[in-house]
Ligand binder design. Structure first.
Ligand code: ADP
Ligand code: ADP
Length: 230
């Protein structure tokens, strides 16, 4: 049973701009898919439909056997299953790193503060920033903030992780530390869909690379097929 089935997803805006023109993609359990393509081709819009951050007018999306609907309960369920990391970390600036991570598990998963903090500290260790736990996001480098964002998403124990250009806002020297965390996450068997321009990451980590252009999926293949056939 695939983790993500997107079938002929279409979205357009009131001005008739057709941002998704019938996009289909199936992602298997444990698979890492990298989505590439020019700016404005619909990559971000497409992956945001997987956790109901983006609505669409036509098509079907099924996440781990659950079909997406407009029902609020359904959206809550899906959001628990699908973690997301954004270009602009989106951390709460007035909360410490630890609180940023424990907030959702406490409120959404109803964990005790003690359990949420235990899990958070384990995750901070895993992403290599345990010593930053009691600082505020503004006191961290961009790379550290992005690692907090990854830890925060993982704290909800999602089945799928979406990454939307997670290194695009980072200084070059911080890109690697974030890609390394993503690489080790892929090795744990996490199902991942990553919009990124990082060709090295796509070559080494992706099981499959897909190319979007003008709201369509125009090419797909293994990294070997994808990068060696011009
Ligand atoms: P990518 O991630 O590939 O850069 P996006 O999914 O961000 O592409 O593409 C969004 C496209 O949709 C852009 O061309 C943007 O201008 C357009 N768009 C976004 N919001 C609206 C809107 N409200 N009305 C019309 N066009 C929009
Ligand atoms: P990002 O690139 O950060 O994902 P966009 O630039 O696509 O986001 O969109 C930022 C905001 O501007 C969104 O609310 C989107 O709906 C709006 N927007 C983007 N492009 C257009 C457009 N061509 N017409 C109207 N609104 C747009």
């Amino acid at each position: 049973e695939p983790m993500i089935i997107a079938e002929n997803v279409e979205k357009w805006y009131d001005n008739n701009f057709h941002v998704l023109r019938g996009v289909s993609l199936t992602v298997n359990r444990g698979e890492v898919v990298v989505v590439m393509g020019p700016s404005g081709s619909g990559k971000s819009t497409f992956i945001r439909t997987f956790n109901a951050l983006e609505s669409y007018q036509k098509g079907n999306i099924v996440i781990d056997g659950i079909r997406l609907s407009h029902d609020l309960k359904n959206i809550e369920t899906i959001r628990r299953e699908v973690g997301m990391v954004f270009q602009q970390f989106n951390l709460f600036p007035h909360l410490t790193v630890l609180k940023n991570i424990t907030l959702s598990p406490i409120w959404v998963r109803r964990w005790t503060k003690a359990k949420a903090e235990e899990v958070a500290m384990q995750l901070l260790e895993r992403v290599g920033i345990l010593e930053q736990a009691h600082k505020y996001p503004g006191q961290l480098s961009g790379g550290q903030q992005q690692r907090v964002a990854i830890a925060r998403a993982l704290a909800m124990q999602p089945k799928i992780m979406l990454f939307d250009e997670p290194t695009s806002a980072l200084d070059p020297e911080m890109v690697r530390e974030v890609l390394d965390v993503m690489r080790s996450l892929a090795k744990t068997g996490m199902t991942m869909v990553c919009v990124t321009h990082e060709v090295g990451f796509a070559r080494e980590v992706a099981d499959r690379v897909v190319l979007m252009a003008d709201g369509l999926l125009v090419e797909e293949g293994t990294p070997e097929e994808f990068f060696n056939n011009p």
